[in-house]
Design a protein around this ligand. Structure first.
Ligand SMILES: Nc1ncnc2c1ncn2[C@@H]1O[C@H](COP(=O)(O)OP(=O)(O)OP(=O)(O)O)[C@@H](O)[C@H]1O
Ligand SMILES: [Mg+2]
Length: 270
């Protein structure tokens, strides 16, 4: 009977920039409460795909369906509906915060839009959100430039969560943070997923991070998905030569740089 429906479904997505095809026939589904990784080297089309999901870029063809409804409508109502269900977190959230507003003011702003109500209730909700992502009241009173990169990323997550989206698209969201702060943000995301049932599309070139935070993954190369499946499965026994190369490219005690370079040339020549 009640089969669970994907919260997000992407079908035959294509994005061309002029004659260049950045995203080439990409399809995947995201089930509620799960986390999907998009991995692949620089230029493989990960960000372009993420931006299409968030409605920041229009696909040349193909469809994105959110909770069963096709997205991409340009009306204010359509955009508000979409933003209420899907939010995006970028590598460096600095540019998405108003430099003159405190973090608390920035977190409160989308609340006014998505959950109209008295200022008092919004203040309480902001305090709750700050607490949820492990930021102090003092951090809430600070300006964006006064926070560390890790704190700013927490603030960006708090702001997105205030809208109570069903899907969070994170594009290299921890790539700029040092490893211990990465670990804090990743465990935070993990907790939030367990608490709220939110789903993630997690874009990253870091396979260790993807292994930790995702259940399934797709591997992109030149705009196409070349491998897909359970993350653990893919990382343990990669089927595609490109996935193997990605894995071999991770520095390890027996890292063979020359072999990686050689395999890379062989793959590029195919
Ligand atoms: N607005 C644009 N106009 C022209 N080409 C673009 C545009 N946006 C992206 N591209 C090209 O599309 C390709 C895919 O870019 P994209 O940013 O999606 O890659 P990526 O996988 O996110 O890479 P990275 O890991 O470096 O972030 C690249 O070759 C890029 O130059
Ligand atoms: Mg990118």
């Amino acid at each position: 009977m009640n089969q669970p429906q994907p919260v997000l479904a992407v079908s035959s997505l294509v994005k061309r920039f002029g004659s260049f095809t950045a995203v080439d026939d990409v399809s995947f589904e995201l089930m509620p409460g799960t986390s999907l990784g998009i991995v692949g080297e620089s230029g493989s089309g990960k960000t372009t795909t993420a931006r299409i999901l968030a409605g920041l870029e229009r696909p040349t063809s193909g469809t994105v369906t959110l909770e069963g409804r096709a997205v991409g409508g340009r009306s204010r109502r359509d955009r508000l509906w979409q933003a209420g269900r899907l939010q995006m977190i970028f590598q460096d959230p600095y540019g998405s915060f108003d430099p003159r507003r405190t973090i608390a003011q920035s977190i409160a702003e989308p609340l006014r839009l998505h959950a109209p109500g008295p200022a008092e209730r919004h203040r309480a909700r902001v305090a709750e959100l700050l607490d949820q992502v492990g930021l102090s009241t003092r951090a809430g009173e600070a300006l964006p430039r006064d926070l560390s990169g890790g704190q700013r990323q927490r603030a960006a997550i708090a702001r997105a969560l205030g809208i109570a989206p069903r899907v969070l698209v994170l594009d290299e969201a921890v790539a700029a943070l040092d490893v211990s702060i990465q670990a804090q943000i990743l465990t935070l995301l993990d907790e939030l997923r367990r608490e709220t049932g939110i789903s993630y599309v997690f874009v990253s070139h870091d396979l260790a991070v993807v292994r930790y935070i995702t259940d399934t993954a797709v591997v992109m190369r030149h705009g196409r998905i070349v491998e897909r499946g359970g993350t653990e499965q893919i990382l343990r026994s990669p089927q595609h030569p490109y996935t193997r190369l990605l894995l071999d490219s991770i520095p390890s005690p027996d890292w063979d740089l020359e072999r990686v370079a050689r395999d890379r040339r062989a793959l590029d020549a195919r």
